[in-house]
Design a protein around this ligand. Structure first.
Ligand SMILES: NC(=O)C1=CN([C@@H]2O[C@H](COP(=O)(O)OP(=O)(O)OC[C@H]3O[C@@H](n4cnc5c(N)ncnc54)[C@H](O)[C@@H]3O)[C@@H](O)[C@H]2O)C=CC1
Length: 553
């Protein structure tokens, strides 16, 4: 899926969707006034009147909405709703749960017709023209697919390009489909014991799971956490990042529309206080978190008070090794994919690009040429390949990393500057030009710390052993990549890389069928793939005596 994105990042789409059929075709026109909390089947306002915070549209810097953080009363209500749903949901068969989850996946793909259109359709249901994958012209109305509606809101909330946001929504849908498929396969073991006795194991859900999300993939994270949780029979209370509160509630509506019991997937808004209330709630059985390493440690500490299992999807400072025999075109594409998706705000990014000395000049020339060509601007425009960073403070933090890199001796080959679009509407947005740093050394801050922005550090190496030793010299271990045509070397190198997700001759593809997660301080547990079922369920062993009790007393 992301392979096609790799290509589309390099050239504008062949046949863009005409702007006229999109619901929102440029940034700056949406204001959100609907409540963003959701429990017991409905959107809810939080009565907490203090502590309201402005949420900004990254593309324009406008206030998009006000965040209403949930306090202990609201968190408790959401957990109570999730408990009620759990009683019902956990007793349904896997097939029954799967049916609802598949329906949720269909809804994400289906038409989301405006109310007026729904009324019109009742009278004369007639499809006139199919305008492509996003919209249908029905009885003179333009009906948008739910996928497009969610993707647009994600762009408005997060600042990433519409092209990427659509892929995020697809990944969310695929994840729900994948775990729907696994729901009916959950099973235990039968063990024969002496005297005809036996034991069996049951794979049971944990209960109410808490999900705490980051701002870089708001909708996708909500799906990646809820899909395996629900498939295993759990319910969930999800807290999005306060920076991007808008789309998790859309997922809650999708599940509700699909027929999920009230309270199965709930959304509470807020920051660290609300997150803490969730982690410590006595009726929360597990916490699944995506975010920074320092917060991950706090989550683990809070969860440990209740001896609750955690899944931690944390940061990285991942290496990408490009050997002298690599296919240059693919290596360059891989390096761009490893650094510039989502304005560089991706946990698995391969920001330490180790390039063999022999090919360094050619590689750098090509990477810089293509980085300069990346179209920055309104993330809702089809041709945009880099939108806005998530917030003003974050943009400033990323730019300060570039300044520090210069002071420490790195050379800026391109980018690293604030970018002001020509459109006056976008002048307050949080844009910067993607940056390639050369002459980097392992001690520099830009090479050691997670920048979480569009900043690639290029380093040179001479031998395989040296590259591996330097690549592994970090406390983190989320991802790593290697580009080489030598198949033996590829596997040898990957075996020695200390990272949870390794890529050979590609980077940053995340099919939902395969596990994703980190080594070392990059996390605990996995998301996606079959193994994640183990992180959202527990084994019960049942011993069955067929004879008399052999008592010692
Ligand atoms: N690995 C990844 O995928 C991500 C890494 N980051 C890194 O983290 C840095 C800071 O970004 P933030 O959004 O502030 O990340 P963060 O780790 O502070 O926050 C992530 C989530 O945890 C919640 N949270 C924060 N403190 C909490 C606490 N004490 N108890 C419970 N929940 C808590 C937040 O409200 C948010 O929903 C970024 O600059 C970036 O370097 C950010 C987002 C994703």
């Amino acid at each position: 899926m992301l392979q096609s994105l790799a290509l589309s990042l390099l050239r504008p789409p062949a046949s863009p969707v005409p702007a006229a059929v999109r619901c929102v075709s440029s940034s700056g026109s949406v204001k959100i006034t609907v409540p963003l909390n959701f429990w017991a089947g409905e959107r809810r306002t939080s009565p907490v009147k203090y502590n309201k915070e402005n949420v900004y549209e990254p593309a324009t810097g406008r206030v998009l909405c006000q965040l209403e953080p949930c306090g202990s009363t609201e968190v408790h209500k959401a957990v109570e709703a999730a408990k009620t749903a759990f009683d019902h949901w956990s007793r349904m068969s896997g097939m029954e749960r799967a049916r609802i989850m598949i329906q949720a996946a269909h809804i994400i793909e289906a038409l989301a017709a405006p109310l007026t259109l729904k009324n019109e359709l009742k009278q004369k249901p007639r499809v006139l023209v199919d305008l492509g994958c996003h919209c249908l012209l029905i009885c003179g109305f333009i009906a948008q697919r739910r996928r497009e509606e969610i993707a647009e809101m994600e762009v408005i909330d997060n600042g990433k390009s519409i092209t990427e946001a659509r892929l995020d929504v697809d990944s969310a849908r695929l994840c729900i489909e994948f775990y729907a498929g696994l729901a009916s396969t959950l099973a235990g073991q039968h063990v024969q014991l002496p005297g005809g006795s036996f034991a069996y194991t049951r794979r049971e859900p944990l209960g109410v799971c808490a999900g705490i999300g980051a701002w870089n993939y708001p909708f996708q994270i909500a799906a990646w956490k809820s899909a395996p949780a629900l498939a295993c029979g759990n319910s969930m209370v999800f807290k999005p990042s306060p920076v991007t509160p808008v789309t998790a509630v859309m997922l809650a509506e999708v599940y509700a529309e699909a027929g999920a019991p009230e309270g199965l997937f709930n959304v509470v808004q807020g920051g660290q206080e609300t997150g803490g209330l969730l982690c410590r709630h006595p009726d929360v059985a597990k916490v699944s978190f995506t975010g920074s390493v320092p917060t991950g440690k706090k989550i683990m500490e809070m969860a440990s008070e209740g001896v609750k299992p955690v899944t931690l999807e944390l940061g990285g400072k991942s290496p990408l090794l490009i050997f002298e025999d690599a296919d240059m075109e693919n290596a360059v594409r891989g390096a761009l994919m490893a650094n510039f998706l989502s304005q560089g705000q991706v946990c698995s990014n391969g920001t330490r690009v180790f390039v063999h000395k022999e090919i360094l000049p050619k590689f750098v020339e090509e990477v810089v040429k293509r980085t300069r060509a990346i179209e920055i601007g309104d993330p809702l425009q089809e041709s945009t390949r880099m939108g806005a960073l998530v917030s003003r403070p974050h943009l400033e933090k990323v730019l300060s990393f570039v300044d520090q890199a210069k002071q420490e001796g790195a050379t800026v080959l391109c980018g690293g500057e604030p970018f002001v679009p020509a459109d006056p509407q976008l002048r307050g947005g949080y844009y910067m030009t993607p940056c390639v740093l050369a002459d980097c050394t392992d001690e520099m801050t830009c090479v050691k710390e997670e920048i979480f922005g569009p900043v690639m550090s290029v380093l040179s190496f001479e031998s395989e052993d040296e590259a591996l030793q330097r690549a592994n010299d970090t406390t983190m271990g989320l991802a790593a990549g290697v580009f080489t045509r030598d198949v033996t070397r590829a596997h040898r190198v990957v075996e020695r890389l200390k990272a949870g997700s390794c890529f050979i001759n590609n980077y940053n593809i995340t099919p939902v069928e395969v596990p994703f997660g980190g080594f070392k301080t990059s996390g605990i547990g996995r998301e996606n793939g079959q193994v994640t079922v183990e992180h959202y369920s527990q084994l019960k062993t049942v011993f069955v005596e067929m004879g008399d009790v052999d008592s010692l007393f």
